[in-house]
Design a protein around this ligand. Structure first.
Ligand code: PEP
Ligand code: MN
Length: 339
């Protein structure tokens, strides 16, 4: 960390800051310039708050150099993390993995209909919410355990892995036999108790960015899971809230190369929640692959007009098949393949 003192800072103020830094556990290297004094603080500590220094008298500016996370940071695994499943599928490697399925599991007929068509088009992971975090308590809340059982059955029948959202700690145990990946939704990105529990689980966790979360906050949430011992974390950009109202959220595609620079964890893009509009999903999915996404999460429904949740952003199966065809052309242009 660098602490730049004001030109007018007195020797007493400088000494006060030096003592403060030493009390925080840093060793301090002082550079006394003609006008300004700059203090470089080095040490192993990463959980400090720069504001505690900014408010000291005589301080002009504090600049943090090291990241506030260590396990999620790129330097922890410079070659990147590749998550491998029992069936050989890898996320984070050369191949881009497409996860697809309905927003919610609604019925056997719905799930099997969609599953058959997306599997045929090339989806490798079946998505579907059994527990739904709905903005309104009066909206459909999901089928629960019954939905999980249907997901597992459809996944096995059509040869896809299964991902579903976990909303609270009490659901983890119940979900374990049915899912290959746990999804943590945007609303739960900072549910630190849930993240800590998922740190003890031996299955990968797909962690979505919160609707108003910075990328640093996303990485700190990943750090919670990793600090518990579970290093199998996959991050996901699913759109953030901005002043734009045309789309449901604003899909921050720049998050993909930024996360790749800051972290070794695989990065997913969810253009369905990222835009909220069916016709905007394929272009943003294509852009995500071009930007380097390691996986995509896409909502598909056989009859979206009748969907119990997120019908407006769900692709028709034939649109999904067309998108897969396009992605297979785009991926090689950026040195990838579709899994
Ligand atoms: C979902 O994937 O259906 C979902 C609820 O996503 P998010 O948490 O991104 O809103
Ligand atoms: Mn949804």
């Amino acid at each position: 960390m660098i602490v730049a003192m004001q030109d007018s800072a007195s020797e007493e103020q400088i000494q006060n800051v030096v003592e403060h830094l030493i009390r925080m556990g840093f060793s301090v290297h002082r550079t006394t310039g003609e006008r300004q004094t700059v203090l470089a603080a080095v040490g192993a500590r990463i959980d400090f708050d720069t504001r505690n220094l900014e408010v000291l008298s005589g301080v002009e500016h504090v600049h943090r150099i090291s990241a506030p996370y260590k396990l999620a940071g790129r330097s922890f695994r410079p070659d990147g993390t590749v998550i491998e499943f029992a069936n050989g599928l890898k996320i984070g490697g050369e191949e881009v993995v497409v996860m697809a399925g309905p927003c919610s599991v609604e019925s056997r007929e719905q799930l099997f209909n969609v599953s058959e068509q997306i599997a045929k088009a090339g989806a490798r992971v079946l998505r579907g919410g059994a527990f739904k975090p709905r903005s309104s308590p009066y909206s459909f809340q999901g089928m629960g355990l019954e939905g999980l059982k249907l997901l597992r059955e459809a996944g096995e029948k059509f040869n896809m892995l299964v991902i579903s959202e976990v909303m609270e700690i009490s659901q983890i145990e119940m979900m374990l036999p049915y899912v290959d990946l746990f999804q943590v939704g945007a609303r739960n990105m900072q549910n630190f108790n849930l993240l800590r529990e998922l740190g003890k689980v031996k299955k990968p966790v797909l962690l979505k960015r919160g609707i108003a979360a910075t990328l640093e906050e996303l990485l700190l949430s990943a750090e919670y899971i990793m600090a518990g011992g579970n290093y199998q974390v996959i991050l996901c950009e699913r759109g953030i809230r901005t002043f734009e109202t045309y789309t449901r959220n604003t899909l921050d595609i720049s998050a993909i190369p930024i996360i790749h620079k800051l972290s070794h964890l695989p990065m997913t893009s969810d253009p369905s929640h990222g835009t909220g509009l069916r016709d905007k999903v394929p272009p943003m999915a294509r852009a995500s692959v071009a930007a380097g996404a390691d996986a995509l999460l896409i909502e598909v429904h056989h009859d979206p007009d009748k969907a119990l949740s997120d019908g407006a952003q769900s692709l028709y199966p034939q649109q999904f098949a067309q998108l897969m065809h396009e992605l297979r052309m785009i991926a090689p242009a950026v040195g990838r393949k579709i899994a």
